[in-house]
Design a protein around this ligand. Structure first.
Ligand SMILES: C[S@@+](CC[C@H](N)C(=O)[O-])C[C@H]1O[C@@H](n2cnc3c(N)ncnc32)[C@H](O)[C@@H]1O
Length: 342
């Protein structure tokens, strides 16, 4: 017979905490969907006030707001709630550092993760709209605006800072999504023109963002596969951002060969992605989880790559002078050059 431990082994709380962790994601997701963080940015409100404003059950709203306070998403003083500094900075729609759509994109994968045991056994990806947790339109919108949140909340700044494109004139952004990085690079380099190639759904999100940035003269959106005929040639920069992580190795290598072919001699290729570039325990932890995440919801051939491996694939495609750049964010850069003519 199994003996129960006595006194209680407090280490079990670590297991209980792991088991409950998804509650935290659910609370965050609900807060974003109910947009309580916009509501509580400038006003301190009671739970009854909030319940009226969001047309919700008073008792559930009180328990929900108290849970938000425990998770430091809100502050509670007497019986009134307002945003914590974290929510105020990152979860109020319209603010530069807003990442709510990115959090929705992550939590849209809920049902896929909920079947993780089956996913592991089958070795098959479950896309969020295949599980019925969200519809395809919601998936694409949250995914693309979420990627854009990441760019505008810091990643675009670091990319722009890391690249000297002063003498470049024509960039191709393969799998450019919401055009976030073409927008940032064209805004910082007025002589630069960019062609963003992606599928229909991302470009629907990209179009108004390019217009909002008033960059229609510099950025063209081209719909189709990056392995299709419409990619053109004669580029002097090729950006591949967020693609290497979610594609099988053979597709990445094919894409690098394509980049080599469509670049002019001396052209620059820039890979921006989750990549393990330097040893850092905090990054290693997230890279490890990210490796599982992309298998669950993107592609059975996807994977969080080693920066050195990406550099070797670029060299295999003919590039030289590879450089790996660790950024303060989770995404790193690997750059390389097509050899000059002659
Ligand atoms: C993670 S997103 C990255 C978007 C953007 N480059 C960024 O960094 O924010 C990957 C993008 O690759 C695009 N993509 C995947 N396969 C593609 C293909 N065969 N042709 C064109 N785009 C593709 C997806 O539609 C998606 O927009």
């Amino acid at each position: 017979m199994t003996q129960s431990n006595s006194p209680v082994d407090l280490g079990v709380e670590s297991v209980n905490e792991l088991a409950r962790n998804f509650w935290y994601s659910a609370i965050l997701r609900a807060g974003i969907k109910l947009d309580v963080f916009s509501l509580l940015e400038n006003d301190s409100l009671t739970s009854q006030d909030v319940a009226v404003r969001i047309s919700a059950s008073p008792r559930y709203t009180q328990a929900f707001l108290d849970s938000c306070a425990v998770l430091e998403l809100l502050e509670k003083k007497a019986d009134k709630y307002n945003n914590s500094s974290m929510s105020s900075k990152f979860l109020v729609k319209g603010k530069a550092a807003y990442v709510g759509d990115h959090a929705l994109h992550h939590t849209n994968t809920w049902d896929s993760w909920g079947h993780l045991d089956e996913v592991i056994k089958e070795g098959k990806t479950r896309l969020p709209y295949e599980t019925g947790f969200v519809d395809a339109n919601t998936y694409w919108t949250d995914y693309m605006i979420g990627q854009h949140n990441r760019a505008t909340s810091g990643q675009a700044h670091y990319l722009v800072e890391s690249l000297d494109l002063a003498n470049k004139r024509k960039l191709i952004d393969l799998g450019g999504g919401a055009a976030s990085y073409s927008i940032a690079l064209c805004a910082a380099n007025p002589q630069l023109k960019a062609v963003v190639v992606d599928q229909k759904e991302p470009l629907v999100v990209a179009k108004p963002l390019v217009e909002e940035a008033k960059l229609q003269d510099q950025i063209s959106l081209v719909e189709g596969s990056f392995f299709g005929d419409q990619v053109g040639s004669g580029y002097d920069v090729c950006l591949i951002s967020g693609v290497v992580l979610i594609k099988p190795e053979e597709d990445c290598k094919k894409l690098f060969k394509l980049a080599f072919e469509i670049l002019e001699p001396g052209g620059l290729v820039v890979i921006q992605d989750y990549m393990h570039i330097e040893d850092d325990p905090a990054r290693k932890r997230l890279d490890t989880l990210e490796d599982l995440y992309v298998l669950v919801v993107f592609d059975p051939g996807a994977g969080d790559r080693e920066g050195a491996e990406v550099a070797s694939w670029l060299e295999e495609a003919g590039f030289q002078s590879t450089k790996s750049i660790q950024l303060p964010t989770q995404l790193g850069l690997v750059t390389a050059e097509k050899p000059p003519a002659g």
